[in-house]
Write a protein that binds this ligand. Structure first.
Ligand SMILES: Nc1ncnc2c1ncn2[C@@H]1O[C@H](COP(=O)(O)OP(=O)(O)OP(=O)(O)O)[C@@H](O)[C@H]1O
Ligand SMILES: [Mg+2]
Length: 371
């Protein structure tokens, strides 16, 4: 038996979590062929029984198809590398739907219209430029705006069957896998579906999508606290929250309310920091002028109240609004260095605070569903 043929056979076996084949994903180690015996180690991000069994069976089948006489031994191993991967979601029987996603970062605010979606999109792109592998989930089921912001409106994700189970394939924009209710629900329908039905969609997007292995999954939340936020913390281990606020006192009061959701006794999602958006207005023709239309210091105050840091200040500029409307986020506009710098600064701070958080704290426990 030739080991190269066995490798090729295993390259046809897909990890149902990521859609990647076992060889590309570097999951096969220590392959040995001795007489009729084929053995190898299969490195798995989680060890739940159904998943193990499925992969064991698929490996056996693939190898027996080329060498019917082979006797195949698969040793399953879980290196448990990242805190996210270890987050069991309440024990081994429940499993973690996204063990191959290192960090899940929620972008939240108390009030609508402060720029969460704008921050989520540009943060994702800036983290990617810093070398991260990033995905984006638009969890704003009531008013999904990510499809427009990324020029994906009207497109539909496809469904792929892996081991008989239908899985949703995210769409891609600028190299980033993206999922949004906007892809599957018409705006009129969203109003009718409201509440628990809609938040169920978020669970489905986390559990039944083929997310590739990611350093960061950025989640754009609807404003305030509600079913979607709850459904999120009950489904996955959220690494941390990025709070978005404007410098105004009113927006600030609401932001504190939203933050409290993350401080509820059984919700232990740490706040990574605060992005102050629309910090000052800079007209196109006067790029070095700053007009403080909405006051000052809102971001700083919120950071202090949440024991976190100010991740950055983003100016109110026409290009950011236009970029959102045109499906070409402002971070990608190389002509506007000031705005790009602002986003890069936010992304660097998010990356740093995430790394620090992972050094200092265990994975966020998944909130148990109380029935
Ligand atoms: N810094 C900025 N400069 C100019 N326009 C901005 C800025 N940030 C956001 N906007 C614009 O403000 C509007 C609201 O922003 P966005 O949709 O990101 O807010 P949101 O908090 O996600 O809103 P919602 O609560 O409705 O989800 C959009 O038209 C966006 O393009
Ligand atoms: Mg939004």
């Amino acid at each position: 038996m030739e080991s190269s043929k066995i490798v090729r056979a295993l390259a046809n076996v897909q990890d149902p979590n990521t859609g990647q084949d076992l060889i590309t994903a570097n999951m096969v180690l220590d392959l040995k062929v001795e007489g009729p015996n084929v053995s190898f180690i299969l490195q798995l991000p989680k060890l739940d029984a159904g998943y193990k069994q499925q992969l064991n069976f698929a490996c056996q089948e693939a190898i027996l198809a080329v060498y019917p006489e082979a006797s195949v031994h698969v040793h399953m191993q879980n290196p448990g590398a990242t805190p996210q991967a270890k987050a069991g979601g309440g024990g081994p029987q429940k499993g973690n739907p996204l063990p191959h996603v290192k960090n899940i970062i929620a972008v939240a605010s108390g009030k609508g219209g402060v720029g969460k979606s704008t921050v989520a999109v540009n943060l994702a792109l800036a983290l990617q430029e810093l070398g991260g592998v990033v995905g984006l989930l638009d969890a704003d089921v009531y008013g999904p705006s990510i499809p427009t912001m990324l020029g994906l409106q009207g497109q539909k994700p496809t469904i792929e069957k892996i081991y008989g189970k239908p899985k949703i394939k995210p769409l891609f924009a600028y190299g980033i896998p993206v999922m949004s209710t906007g892809f599957v629900v018409e705006p009129e329908q969203a109003v009718v579906l409201r509440g628990p039905r809609l938040s169920g969609i978020i669970k489905q997007f986390l559990e039944e999508c083929i997310w590739p292995p990611l350093d960061y999954l950025i989640i754009d939340l609807p404003p305030g606290t509600g079913d979607v936020q709850l459904s999120l913390v009950q489904t996955v281990s959220v690494t941390g929250a990025v709070m978005v606020t404007t410098p105004q006192q009113v927006a600030l009061a609401d932001a504190i309310k939203a933050m409290n959701m993350f401080f509820l006794p059984d919700v232990q999602v740490p706040v990574l920091g605060v992005v102050e958006n629309m910090s000052w207005f800079t007209p196109k023709e006067l790029p070095d002028h700053k007009y403080y239309l909405f006051g000052k210091d809102g971001g700083k105050t919120l950071a202090r109240k949440s024991n976190s840091m100010l991740l950055g200040q983003v100016p109110l500029v026409q290009g950011i609004r236009e970029g959102g409307d045109d499906g070409k986020p402002s971070f990608l506009n190389k002509d506007d260095e000031i705005t790009r710098e602002a986003w890069l600064n936010v992304a660097k701070n998010v990356a740093r605070q995430t790394a620090l958080r992972n050094e200092m704290m265990a994975a966020t426990p998944v909130v148990e569903v109380k029935s």
